[in-house]
Design a protein around this ligand. Structure first.
Ligand SMILES: [Zn+2]
Length: 99
């Protein structure tokens, strides 16, 4: 998978911003964050590829949970993000169109 410049989650188009310095949320250093009101997902660019992609998915799952009123907890999103990342990495062929 790759991290796109834009992503649509539910009914919101997000701009994906790779930030080459610490990302903070409420004065806490985080790997990434999502803002529905700004339409932005910010990913901290100083970590390795696996971490950045997993963070991107994690933030998208936050968006899916919000848009669809699922109400996932941070703990559930953390575990789902890792589970989805592994699943996508282990099964790349299922995301390709049929030829
Ligand atoms: Zn989170």
């Amino acid at each position: 998978m790759r991290i796109p410049e834009k992503v649509r989650v539910g009914y919101i188009d997000f701009k994906v911003i790779m930030q080459n310095q610490e990302v903070t949320c409420d004065n806490v250093v985080v790997y990434g964050k999502i803002s529905n009101s700004d339409g932005e997902i910010v990913i901290c660019d100083i970590y390795n590829e696996d971490q950045k992609k997993a963070t991107f998915l994690h933030e998208c799952i936050h968006g899916m949970s919000d848009c669809n009123d699922i109400g996932l907890s941070e703990k559930q999103i953390k575990k789902l993000g890792i589970a989805f990342y592994e699943f996508i990495k282990d099964n790349p062929e299922i995301f390709k169109e049929n030829e």
